[in-house]
Design a protein around this ligand. Structure first.
Ligand code: F6R
Length: 614
């Protein structure tokens, strides 16, 4: 998804700081980049299609060798094309006709066509096909000596979402930033400020940040920050402290962020559980949920809303809440929840799961549920993210930054957190103390089990090598391993671009089996938990259609050997933990499969880390 960086201050090389920020946002996915700075009473801008490295080359060639700009204020952007192809002209920053205003924008302006027509009638000439360019012309049109007011007046006319940063020759000592539905964070430095759409772009410079709320507009200078709402009323936002180190957002010797994050899982899961298990009461302790035992007992239905990998984690959660707490639970694709006119009763809990805390559809589901009077809570990784703030109660993963586009450690931490929440709900109802203690033992053992899987990475790589020819693949599972099969298929398709489908093993016979043949491997999750005997039957069906079968199985379970061509052996564990360790194995399988096929792992084509548009 698009990335924004803005810098104001004299402490460092402005252009280098902006480019460094863009590089830290590369993981989000993009297809062009650009930069604009104010210098000597003019705006200078360079844009390029392709990677930030290409923009950097252009800057070196055009600026540094001739006349490097002497500037203390600038904005930069990585664009992920929505309106208009990834071309030079469509890349941001966009500059108005007078050359006095430059803007970078994340999000989508839904009424841009009508606004464009009005502005064209007033003589504005557009250079791009983007929706974003409309906004810089509108700001120029409405400017009456106060940039913040011109931005506010323009934003009032917009329908859609935005995170923006604007510079103007008329206000050369400050950036103006604003947001609605697309994140903007302001890094508060010492005689400098850096703004970005994602905290990872600025943690190398400062750990003190301000997260803007929707419809906040901020005037950001090197010395201070003034925030007003869209109606020009001053508002105050607190300065938060980011606890991620800048090293955590770098690769630390691993070839890819995805690999690093896969290896970080034992530690990330330990962090997610630390201080959250109460052995004495045999329950989970998640104070951020803010439920008294009475509140907990009153909740009689849970709806989980999420997208993608987070949705697969939520599917595991559905099993947990029903098995451990006997609470009717549904998992909803967040966009469906929003548009389906969902039934929310007074004692329903909407639980939103989102690594980034910024996914547009999940956020919209939260707002819909709040509007319908539900209690809402969230499981997010990014502290201070919009979903975390708007739900007001919830549990942070503490998994550290997830930079790789393919989500890995977020999934295993989300599932672990869901298990702890279900334990808390369960103990509030019928779950006995001994069962609670047994679950705590299991949860505390998850990092060790995941480590065992990590230690077998080389064996998983060998299996992936054997099937690297495959252009189609199926992943099947049952019960707790059904969501794991979906997640395995999602991982492989997003980073290796082959056609992969995740299915409930029983569903195979209802159609997809027609596609099986000797070039279509099936990955069957056959760990020794309830459902195994049935999946053996499904594996036989696959073999009968000549599909090679790769199984996950529990160490020592020799009954699987005769039904599979290759086996990824996994440590023994309960059904509650099986989806976590199985997905770790499938992450490695997908990673090596993609790597052996020469795919771009951290920035897969067409994908964005955080989907902040519908
Ligand atoms: C897959 C992946 C996506 C995200 C989805 C939701 O590897 O990363 O499917 O899981 O876009 O994102 P969050 O969790 O940030 O709401």
């Amino acid at each position: 998804m698009c990335g924004i960086v803005g810098y104001i201050g004299k402490k460092r090389d402005n252009v280098e700081t902006l480019i460094d920020g863009l590089k830290r946002l590369e993981y989000r996915g993009y297809d062009s980049a650009g930069i604009a700075v104010i210098e000597n009473g003019g705006i200078r801008s360079i844009k390029s299609t392709g990677k930030v490295a290409e923009l950097q080359q252009k800057i070196l060639a055009d600026w540094n060798h001739h006349n490097k700009p002497d500037t203390s204020i600038g904005i930069a952007h990585t664009r992920w094309a929505t309106h208009g192809a990834p071309t030079h002209d469509n890349a941001h920053p966009h500059i108005d006709d007078t050359g006095r205003f430059a803007l970078v924008h994340n999000g989508i302006i839904e009424n841009y066509a009508a606004l464009k027509k009005q502005l064209q009638l007033k003589g504005h000439v557009f250079k791009s096909e983007t929706d974003s360019e409309v906004l810089v012309h509108l700001i120029a049109e409405l400017f009456d000596g106060d940039l913040m007011q011109a931005v506010a007046a323009s934003l009032k006319q917009l329908e859609g979402t935005f995170g923006i940063t604007v510079i103007s020759l008329d206000s050369p000592d400050s950036l103006v930033v604003a947001r609605r539905g697309s994140p903007i964070v302001i890094g508060v430095g010492d005689e400098e400020s850096i703004v970005a759409s994602d905290v990872s772009a600025l943690i190398a410079y400062t750990k003190r940040v301000i997260y803007l709320d929707d419809d906040d507009i901020a005037l950001v200078s090197a010395e201070g920050i003034e925030i007003r709402n869209i109606d020009n009323v001053p508002v105050s936002r607190e300065i938060a402290k980011v606890d991620w180190s800048s090293d955590a957002a770098e690769k630390g010797g691993y070839e890819h962020f995805m690999l690093k994050e896969m290896y970080e899982q034992p530690e990330a899961i330990s962090n997610a559980t630390r201080g959250r298990l109460d052995r004495k009461m045999a329950t989970g302790m998640m104070n951020g949920l803010g439920f008294s035992p009475k509140n907990l007992a009153e909740i009689n239905r849970i709806v989980i809303a999420a997208c993608g990998t987070s949705m697969h984690a939520g599917m595991v959660g559905e099993y947990y809440f029903e098995d451990l707490a006997s609470i009717p639970t549904e998992i909803e694709q967040a966009a469906e929840f929003r548009y389906r006119n969902p039934i929310i009763e007074p004692n329903s809990l909407l639980l939103a799961i989102s690594q980034s805390g910024e996914t547009a559809d999940t956020l919209a589901a939260v707002r819909e549920a709040i509007n319908k009077g539900a209690t809402v809570a969230s499981i997010c990784n990014v502290v201070g993210s919009t979903i975390a703030r708007e739900t007001g109660r919830g549990v942070y993963l503490h998994a550290g930054p997830e930079i790789g586009v393919a989500s890995t450690k977020a999934f295993t931490c989300q599932v672990t957190v869901l298990l702890m929440i279900a334990l808390k709900f369960g103990r509030n109802r019928r779950l006995a103390t001994e069962e609670g203690v047994r679950l705590i033992d299991e949860i505390e053992n998850i990092p060790a089990l995941v480590t065992e899987v990590l230690n077998d990475a080389a064996k998983i790589e060998e299996i992936a090598r054997k099937y690297v020819y495959a252009e189609d693949m199926f992943f099947i599972g049952r019960g707790y391993l059904y969501p794991a099969a979906l997640e395995g298929a999602l991982k492989i398709k997003e980073i290796s671009y082959i056609h992969a489908e995740g299915y409930h093993a029983a569903e195979l016979k209802h159609g997809p089996i027609a596609l099986l043949e000797e070039k279509v491997p099936v990955v069957a999750l056959a760990n020794d938990i309830p459902g195994k005997d049935k999946i053996i039957g499904n594996m036989q069906e696959c073999k009968a259609r000549k599909s090679p079968v790769i199984a996950t199985a529990t160490v020592g379970d020799d009954s699987i050997r005769e039904h599979a061509d290759d086996i990824i052996w996994l440590p023994e564990c309960s059904k509650y933990v099986a989806p976590i360790i199985s997905v770790v194995a499938l992450q490695f399988f997908s990673y090596y499969f993609a790597k052996l096929r020469g795919c771009s792992i951290d920035q897969p084509r067409n994908l964005a880390k955080s989907v902040t548009v519908e």
